[in-house]
Design a protein around this ligand. Structure first.
Ligand code: SAM
Length: 229
């Protein structure tokens, strides 16, 4: 995760482009995107595309590694503070979770996990675990195999929730598992098949407000509160 890695220059120019485009706004998100080597989280046949700003297929799973601009945008919207507890729904290969780890624990030295990421596809949960542990991120990030549309009650409540698959509506359990003062980003699909990224905020009195951050394209959320097709 430093200047000695062969992809550092490619990663740096991608990050600089995202800054120029106004997607990366803060030093902390810039730092997280610079530190996390996306090439360590892509499927082996996609290595040469690792620093293209596009989603990349995860083998035969029909799932994708999110595009860097989407990871940066979601991280900016959440405005993660050091030490916050985070739930990610939809681990994929673990790339986004790794950036969340840097945001909540810049020294990556937390004695217990602060990022809980839940993946419904067993093959991907295994892939993400091995990627994160190879990079020494498994102390800060815990991968759980299961249905994240219900959240993850065992570690609730969370300061931030990041959902990386499109839901038919915002699942109630996810709102319930947000702390007062908590934030969630979630792509929601309308009945006309458009998806929008929604920022949900819960204030100190537990009141919930929603803000539409614009159109997006995500794979569908599965599970109890997801799509059943
Ligand atoms: N966060 C990933 C990354 O770092 O690149 C991208 C994830 S991909 C766009 C969406 C993921 O959500 C897929 O891996 C899919 O299997 C997973 N998923 C879909 N429904 C889910 C559910 N109910 N619970 C957990 N994971 C789910």
């Amino acid at each position: 995760m430093d200047a000695s890695d062969p992809y550092f220059e490619e990663r740096k120019s991608l990050v600089e482009r995202l800054v120029k485009e106004g997607i990366i706004k803060s030093e902390k998100v810039k730092n997280a995107m610079l530190r996390i080597p996306r090439h360590e989280f892509v499927w082996p046949d996609q290595l040469k595309h690792a620093y293209e700003d596009t989603p990349l297929p995860l083998g035969e799973t029909n799932q994708t590694v999110s595009a860097p601009h989407m990871v940066a945008l979601m991280n900016e919207l959440l405005d993660i503070q050091v030490g916050e507890k985070i739930l990610e729904v939809g681990t994929g290969g673990g790339y986004h979770a790794a950036t969340l780890a840097v945001l909540t624990c810049p020294n990556l030295d937390s004695p217990k996990p602060l990022v809980f990421t839940i993946e419904i596809n067993p093959k991907l949960a295994k892939f993400a675990k091995s990627n994160l542990s190879r990079l020494g991120l498994d102390k800060v990030v815990k991968v759980i195999e299961g249905d994240g549309s219900k959240g993850y009650l065992e570690e609730a409540p969370y300061d931030c929730i990041s959902v990386t698959a499109a839901a038919p509506r915002i699942p109630d359990p996810l709102i319930e598992q947000l702390k007062p003062g908590g934030r969630m980003v979630i792509p929601v699909q309308s009945e006309f098949f458009e998806q929008n990224l929604i920022l949900v905020k819960k204030d100190e009195k537990g009141r919930v407000s929603k803000f539409n951050a614009g159109p997006v394209i995500f794979v569908p959320l599965r599970g109890e509160y997801g799509f059943s097709f």
